[in-house]
Design a protein around this ligand. Sequence first.
Ligand code: SAH
Ligand code: DHB
Ligand code: MG
Length: 224
Amino acid sequence: MDQERWSAVDRYVSGLLVPSDPALDEALRASEAAGLPPISVSPNQGKLLQLLARIHGARTVLEIGTLGGYSTIWLARALPADGRLVTLEANPAHAEVARANIARAGLAGIVDLRLGRALETLPILEAEGLGPFDLVFVDADKPSNPDYFAWALRLARRGTVIVVDNVVRGGAVVDPSSADPGVQGVRRLLAMMAAEPRVEVTAIQTVGGKGYDGFALALVTADG
Ligand code: SAH
Ligand code: DHB
Ligand code: MG
């Protein structure tokens, strides 16, 4: 099995099950045109996030790592009209592309994009009294994953769902001596999750158009 086959299957299942959508297609096109890296979730992963949010009945979502707003649009569309999605992005160029994409999708009233490094904007959200969030999607710089998980818990309640993207990294996650700070961030995250009595967690490997990676899924089982 190889990348070409994984991509073919992603095209097949997405073609069947994830109808193309003008706002989502345009978000990817505009992101590419602006030179953003092609690291958004895939269409079938975006729909998985949306289904998780709907299954959970989420009304509030926190996303850490916006890029061009592709996953943001998937998640925001799961929310009711009075729902709210707060998304955090450090790169001004990414945020500008995302704002346009979110507005084009008709979601500017639901999505609150905060420009700044997440470890600086998260305390502001807390000070504003935002949260607890029903679902948190962590998908920013991987070395900070342990800090983002701690913040996700701070802004959670019993029943909050936490999803963390990119926890397998082509399998590199099994290498304790990896020199990649992203891999070390994921390993510290998973160790923290394992030791945290307030969550139940699993992690799942995935292959597809975005390569060989995976996500962690946590349910918060106790209040703050
Ligand atoms: N969730 C997006 C992809 C996010 S890519 C999607 O699937 O569509 C990761 C993003 O995190 C990038 O845009 C990067 O600029 C941003 N990022 C990196 N470090 C960050 C930080 N410290 N705070 C907030 N965002 C950060
Ligand atoms: C990277 C980041 C992501 O969020 C992703 O989905 C894939 C790759 C990266 O920083 O390399
Ligand atoms: Mg990701």
